[in-house]
Design a protein around this ligand. Structure first.
Ligand code: ATP
Ligand code: MG
Length: 449
């Protein structure tokens, strides 16, 4: 993409109503525009990151054997009356009437609808296990929408639902989700710690939230500092392997890590004192096992191996796709702007031309652009006729992990400058070597050709 042709409405000043850094940077970098309280338009740069995050979620869901569907945002209230949640959900549920005076609602989650799909089409235990998921806009009429996309009213969420014959099978689905979420967040450059949590209005027996540690997090969390040493890495997981998934689940949840709702002072006291930590966290996902709560209320049964109708065991599993942009920025920024992890960056490298119009500089930039593109990467070339300082400030603000700076002076010596956004360190390399290095770095993340 050429910056001169792009739509990147960067702001110089931080808007006053934005109180946390991710909200400020998302507005300043021209990623989002508020349309009303807690409701945003996604501008090109923000939309690109949203799609990158969505793509990672899809890939990891597919890896775990889950099947994508898409359900409507506007739903009939009837199903919600069946489950009892039409009244129970309270003011967060946006209720709508259509022209025939039917009660409708904008989905805040989709247990009812997916259970209806299931009961209409699945009759036998032989079709199990089954996990259906979607990535879809949700609406919750939050009392205090704030912090930009972190607590919106409209937000983008992955919601998945498992259907299993037995509790044991459903617990495997729970563990499988936990494992696949660990991998999902790590690909986004995030450490999200699974913590035992309270199940809230979804209801249920077992639940973990995934929290990203950040001072601006809304949850207070208590944990054993040893949990932050755990990494998923490139483990080879067979998601159908019950033992293996249970083992990883055990490894990542045996140390003390809880949100304030489930915090237990006595258990915490048993953690070695020098490892006890209290901090703030951002909830970026949650998994639930809730047994037969919905299947019994809504008659979602299958014929079991004994020929008898059996209500299925279910769970639901969410990832806050749009909230993740805020969480990633909270976890990765400095005073100049965002620092995108390679896995989610909107563009893979920025090219800054120090002397637009100089024949050699222009040619070198065009060649770099072409080579990176041919390698399956997306560069952003700042080809505007602007001062170098302004170009650097824009690149720093929008946070691309790698920047190649091209000027006539360097080119005389056959070099360009490659700068890491994260460390700020630069090295002089031939243009070919700079491209090769960037290609290699992204290849390690499975990105590029
Ligand atoms: P919270 O406690 O933050 O209100 P929740 O527990 O009600 O969230 P879930 O039902 O678990 O939310 O939804 C799954 C995920 O969707 C959450 O982990 C979170 O990342 C995201 N999410 C929930 N509410 C919002 C919101 N208002 N804005 C943005 N993302 C949200
Ligand atoms: Mg939650």
């Amino acid at each position: 993409m050429l910056l001169s042709r792009y739509f990147l409405p960067v702001l110089k000043e931080s808007p006053r109503d934005a109180t946390i850094v991710s909200h400020q940077y998302m507005l300043r970098a021209g990623m989002i525009k508020q349309s009303s309280a807690g409701i945003y338009s996604w501008l090109p740069l923000g939309f690109k990151v949203l799609k990158r995050i969505e793509q990672i979620v899809h890939e990891e869901q597919a890896r775990a054997g889950h099947i994508a569907i898409q359900m409507p945002t506007i739903q009939s209230a009837d199903l919600w009356r069946e489950s009892g949640r039409y009244d129970a959900y309270g003011d967060e549920l946006l209720r709508i009437k259509d022209r025939h005076d039917n009660d409708m609602l904008f989905t805040p989650t989709a247990e009812e609808l997916v259970t209806d799909i299931f009961r209409s089409h699945v009759a036998s235990y032989k079709s199990l296990p089954l996990t259906l998921y979607q990535i879809q806009w949700k609406f919750r009429d939050e009392r205090r929408p704030r912090f930009g996309v972190m607590r919106g009213r409209e937000f983008y969420m992955k919601d998945g639902y498992n259907f299993d014959l037995t509790k044991e099978d459903a617990l495997h689905a729970y563990n499988r989700h936990l494992v696949s979420y660990l991998r999902t967040y790590e690909r986004m450059g995030l450490q999200a710690i699974p913590m035992r949590a309270d199940s809230g209005p979804i209801g249920g027996d077992d639940t973990h939230e995934f929290l990203v540690l950040a001072d601006t997090g809304e949850s207070e969390v208590f944990y054993d500092s040893a949990v932050t040493d755990l990494t998923f890495g490139d483990r080879d997981i067979d998601y159908s392997d019950v033992e293996q998934c249970a083992g990883v689940m055990q490894e990542f949840t045996e140390l003390y890590a809880r949100t304030d709702e489930t915090h237990d002072a006595d258990l915490f006291a048993a953690v070695p004192e020098d490892r006890q930590r209290t901090a703030r966290g951002i909830e970026v996902g949650q998994i639930f096992y809730f047994g037969t709560k919905y299947s019994e209320a809504m008659g979602a049964t299958v014929q079991g191996p004994d020929g008898k109708p059996t209500p299925v065991h279910m769970g639901s599993h969410g990832i806050g796709v749009s909230r993740l942009l805020g969480a990633i920025i909270e976890a990765s920024h400095d005073d100049k702007g965002i620092i995108w992890p390679e896995g989610v960056t909107p563009f893979h490298a920025g090219i800054v031309n120090l002397k637009q119009g100089d024949e050699d500089a222009d040619a070198a930039c065009n060649a770099l652009y072409e080579q990176l593109t041919n390698a399956g990467l997306e560069p952003l070339y700042d080809d505007r006729n602007e001062r170098a300082g302004g170009k650097f400030a824009t690149m720093d603000l929008i946070g691309l992990p790698w920047r190649i700076t091209v000027g006539p002076r360097g080119l005389k010596n056959g070099v360009v400058e490659l700068t890491s956004r994260k460390t700020g360190t630069s090295e002089e390399l031939t243009p070919e070597a700079a491209v090769a290095k960037i290609v290699e770095i992204y290849a390690a993340h499975g990105i590029g050709k």
